[in-house]
Ligand binder design. Sequence first.
Ligand code: SAH
Length: 229
Amino acid sequence: MTGFSTQIFIYFYAMIINDSNRHKGLRNQLVSTIKAKGIADKLVLQAISKVPRHLFMDSGFVDFAYQDKPFPIGSDQTISQPYTVAFQTELLAVQPGQKILEIGTGSGYQTAILIELEAEVYSIERQKELYNKVKKFLPKVGYVPKKLVFGDGYIGLAENAPFDGILVTAGAPFVPKPLLGQLKIGGRLVIPVGDETQVMTVYTRTSENKFDKHEYGDFKFVPMLKEKN
Ligand code: SAH
């Protein structure tokens, strides 16, 4: 084997040994749990059943990976609750090949779910440590985003706009204008808006200057912060 194919072999071998039937069984249970909570989109449920969430968490938490709960991932941040990931993904209504911008890469779990749905994913993270970690990690487990950016989600990603969908995975105190401006006509912005708790809100761009707005109940996210660090 050449050096490159040896490396590929090692990655896939590592994936196989680290993703056992036990993990798959736990994922199927998780799918049943979030289905019972109201997630109906088959492709979203299928994506949850495929992505090995335990590999996205620090080793100490592996046993908790398939509970429907958020968990710490370092730098004072969390990997979102699977139900919340599924709910936001369902609202985004991703079609294969669509260009999606995610704000808040974090552990990369949501990024991987979007890649499972065959989206072309751009993702922005403002914490350098998390950005460095996820940039190395995602390709190792077979998920290759189109672009990962160390930057500020409040300004979006003008150079790659417009997007079919923008998904904000941190609590936004207000709706950043640039994000609305970076949507295609017909595109959707899924964003939890508020300070202590957030209202899940979807903006659909119906024309150059018009947006439809719908609200989908209360959630609790870590705050979307200003300035990179
Ligand atoms: N999608 C992530 C959720 C992580 S929590 C996952 O599946 O694991 C929210 C993330 O948003 C954190 O990693 C946090 O550092 C990041 N974040 C907070 N403010 C941000 C901003 N202004 N721009 C980009 N990312 C931000």
